[in-house]
Design a protein around this ligand. Structure first.
Ligand code: PLP
Length: 406
């Protein structure tokens, strides 16, 4: 097992100063940093192995194809998909949700049908459904959340009815850190034959995901939030559903035969991967997954749960600070407000001390409205953070508190 104190050294970017202070990176929910093994793997692929896949019989192309296919297998194993063919490579969680909304949702939804989401969704899991709803006459129905930032399970059950045709909800909240009781919710939905998409963008970096155990039909995430390259993401879909879905985009590599009389399409996953994909991105993602597997979820969860506890205690001791999102089950994401201090001002003061946090609505405007705030400041941690950094954050926020007190 790796020592927590040396994990930081795996991430070269963390070893720098910002505004004359050692960088304290607490914006991991926006994007995670990349271990050197991922950077090196992408670099070695581009400098020594680069070629387009699937179309060549030459050495480089065949090896690149093999590496791309191995990346798909690594992802399938990582989330326990039943087969590699259930893994579609896309640009990110956003594209994955758009793909499902268009290819699956559109063929399913009719006027008056309902799409169930929650009040804590990221815009990426609201807007694609609204666009499809506009075309089909369906409606997007939000499930209420509690003041602690947990799904109101009574409201959830009361919102399921004969018109509910699909549910699409967030596994872990980007703005609050809440881990939703996804398995339980999916069981309730599946008992009524309602297909479910789970947005795992914020879940995959913090806990093991087992799509078969969860029982979801679709699961989406982005590589860049999982220590991998950006512009790369994953849609998991159960083969039974994917094989019946129409293509999302047309182009090369997704066809069987093309003629002006008509075109036939390949089976998934190729049917949904038109054009040259992000080959180096897939290969980098595999390296990130290998890194996490080496580290192990037990280590990650142990470090992160103690960081969450420590940070929650530290922030709670600052008089004017109010933590937004106090769910029982959380990943180490801490959103907060501080009296009259604007989140952007707080984040700017923290930046002057080398501390990177995010301020704003976190692409969750309906959630902010529900909680009665226009924005929050968010510190989101990863396993490479440490208590010294949390102490520095606490000290800086004490100073902010004093500035705005006067
Ligand atoms: N869903 C959640 C919960 C997110 O936090 C994000 C990004 O912050 C997304 C979806 C969209 O991810 P991407 O921008 O990588 O497509």
């Amino acid at each position: 097992m790796k020592k927590a104190s040396t994990l930081r050294d795996d991430f070269p970017i963390l070893n720098q100063e910002v505004n004359g202070k050692p960088l304290i990176y607490l914006d991991n929910a926006a994007t995670t940093q990349k271990p050197k093994v991922v950077i090196d793997r992408v670099s070695s692929f581009l400098s020594e192995e680069n070629a387009n896949i699937h179309r060549g019989v030459h050495h480089l192309s065949m090896n690149a194809t093999k590496a791309y296919d191995q990346a798909r297998s690594a992802v399938a194993k990582f989330i326990n998909a039943n087969s590699d063919n259930e893994i579609i490579f896309v640009r990110g969680a956003t594209e994955a949700i758009n793909l499902v909304a268009n290819s699956f949702g559109k063929s399913l939804l009719e006027k008056g049908d309902e799409i169930l989401v929650t009040e804590m969704e990221h815009h990426a899991n609201i807007v694609p459904w609204q666009l499809v709803a506009r075309e089909t006459g369906a409606k997007v129905i939000p499930i209420a959340i509690t003041d602690h930032g947990e799904i109101d399970l009574n409201d959830f059950e009361s919102k399921i009815n004969k018109r509910t045709k699909i549910a699409s909800f967030i596994h872990v909240s980007n703005a609050l850190g809440t881990i939703n009781p996804a398995k339980r919710m999916i069981q309730i939905l599946k008992a009524k034959d309602i297909p479910v998409l789970l947005d795992g963008a914020q879940a995959v970096a913090h806990q093991a995901v087992n799509v078969q155990d969860l029982g979801c039909d679709f699961y989406v995430f982005s590589s860049h939030k999982l220590f991998g390259p950006d512009g790369m993401g994953v849609l998991y879909g159960r083969n039974e559903l994917l094989s019946k879905m129409s293509p999302y985009q047309g182009g090369g590599d997704m066809i069987e035969v093309v003629s002006f009389d008509g075109t036939t399409f390949r089976e998934p996953p190729e049917r949904f991967e038109a054009g040259t994909p992000n080959i180096s991105g897939a290969i980098g993602l595999k390296e990130a997954i290998d890194y996490i597997n080496d580290l192990g979820w037990d280590t990650i969860e142990k470090i992160e749960s103690s960081l969450l506890k420590y940070c929650t205690e530290k922030l709670s001791s600052i008089p004017s600070l109010k933590i937004i999102g106090t769910a029982q089950k959380k990943v180490p994401v801490l959103s907060f407000t501080m009296g009259s201090a604007h989140p952007h001002d707080i984040a700017t003061i923290l930046d002057s001390k080398g501390i990177a946090v995010r301020a704003g609505h976190h692409c969750a405007q309906p959630l902010m409205k529900r909680l009665g705030v226009s924005a929050t400041t968010r510190a989101s941690l990863s396993f490479y953070n440490n208590v010294e950094e949390i102490d520095q954050l606490g000290e800086a926020l004490e100073q902010v508190s004093k500035i705005f007190e006067n």
